[in-house]
Design a protein around this ligand. Structure first.
Ligand code: ATP
Ligand code: MG
Length: 397
């Protein structure tokens, strides 16, 4: 019994004492049975949201329309969600409206995979109505009920299947896999942000090459922005060593490189995926450095200075997947040995130039400063005022 469940037990007990049912459900039960660390403990209950709010002093209406109330207990927050069914599906997406029910079976039935449809009672009893335990043991991702129907109801589940494959190193049960292959087109009904989240989770999973393999084999990639004609490039990724990727930027850098994108073309690609601007910037800045690592060219001082250490390390992380790059500590050392790391460390500024060289503010001043900066970074000029002023004077002549 993981500590998180022990801590949360009073919440279940308070609900049951009030005459309702309450269970731990979903990912936490699955992960606990697999001996994995838990992130969030979800609770499902027969009590309606208003009834939950009467039981606990401190609650937050997180998603009350969907039946979710957050219960605050001893510094922890627990999502308590009323049993529900989702009968009226529209457009292959999960509906906005849900129907609350009093039956655990109905609630578990609407869950995506059998391993996600287990419930755990406060006394440790596992409720397993859809053979989730057998599938956990056999390491299988199997849809609850008819897979075709379930993916038709909510096409995102297809991405969740390949994502769990990567995270758990499970196999996708064959009828479930066939249903994904047959219905992969439905994924285009899903908002790109949600597909994005699942793809990133897949790529950050421990067994991302396996997850990616299923993403390709089931043809899910065909409905994804910028990937539909990239089967070969995607497949090449699956032959890389399964070293865990660390960040979303690393994932996109890897894709960008393999798809042959440039700092320019990667931007519209990532915009289509609705990536955040900081991610777009990191990826487009690290791409040229990655190219240098892969071509076994040395990075210049200016490369380090201009990109900054995090971007260098990002490019290096991907280069290492291809068996190139360097030890991060070495790159870190090199960065810290730069004459300066920031422009503000330059021993003189624009004001000094104006004052000593009788210059007018304007583009000439900026260019002069930039030249001095480059010379200092390259190690061609010592970073002291006298030397810099002298050099500036000679540049002006
Ligand atoms: P993790 O939190 O590790 O990503 P999880 O299984 O907890 O994995 P969540 O998205 O947190 O996934 O969802 C919690 C539970 O809700 C799932 O275990 C599953 O039972 C159910 N669920 C989530 N998304 C869907 C869906 N699209 N269709 C059906 N059931 C779902
Ligand atoms: Mg979860």
């Amino acid at each position: 019994f993981p500590i998180e469940f022990t801590q949360a037990k009073p919440v279940l007990q308070a609900i049951t004492s009030a005459g309702y049912q309450a269970y731990f459900v979903g990912g936490s039960v699955r992960d606990a049975l697999l001996g994995k660390p838990l992130h969030d403990v979800d609770i499902a209950t027969s009590a309606y949201p208003a009834e939950i709010k009467q039981i606990f002093k401190r609650t937050v209406d997180t998603g009350i329309k969907h039946g979710t109330v957050t219960v605050l207990q001893q510094g922890q927050a627990y999502e308590v969600t009323t049993f529900r069914t989702e009968s009226a599906y529209q457009d292959f997406r999960r509906p906005d409206h849900v129907t609350f029910v009093r039956s655990l079976r109905e609630d578990l039935k609407r869950r995506d995979f059998t391993i996600n449809a287990l419930a755990l009672q406060h006394d440790g009893t596992i409720i397993d109505l859809f053979s989730g335990l057998a599938d956990l043991k056999a390491r299988l991702i199997r849809a609850v009920g008819d897979p075709n129907q379930r993916f038709h109801e909510d096409a995102l589940r297809m991405m969740r299947a390949v994502r769990f494959k990567s995270q758990l190193n499970f196999k996708i049960e064959s009828q479930t896999q066939t249903a994904i292959s047959n219905q992969h087109q439905l994924l285009k009904k899903i908002a790109v942000e949600r597909v994005h989240d699942e793809l990133i989770k897949l790529m950050l999973g421990k067994n991302w090459t396996a997850g990616l393999n299923s993403f390709i084999a089931t043809q899910l990639y065909q409905t994804c922005p910028g990937l539909s004609t990239a089967k070969k490039a995607l497949f090449a990724l699956t032959t890389l060593p399964t070293v865990p990727l660390k960040t979303e930027s690393a994932v996109w850098l890897l894709f960008a490189h393999q798809l042959g994108l440039t700092p320019k073309t990667v931007k519209p690609f990532l915009k289509q995926w609705k990536s955040a601007n900081n991610i777009i910037q990191s990826v487009s800045r690290s791409l040229p450095l990655l190219d240098k690592f892969l071509a076994q060219q040395n990075l210049s001082n200016w490369d380090y200075y201009y990109a900054g250490l995090p971007i260098v390390l990002l490019a290096n992380q991907i280069a290492q997947l291809y068996g190139l790059g360097a030890a991060p500590a070495q790159l870190q050392k090199r960065y810290h040995q730069l004459p300066i790391q920031q422009r503000r460390q330059l021993a003189l500024d624009g004001g000094d130039l104006l004052h000593h060289l009788a210059l007018q503010p304007g583009p000439q001043l900026g260019e002069l400063l930039a030249k001095l900066e480059q010379q200092v970074v390259a190690g061609n000029l010592p970073n002291n005022r006298q030397a810099l002023l002298q050099s500036a004077r000679s540049m002006l002549n």
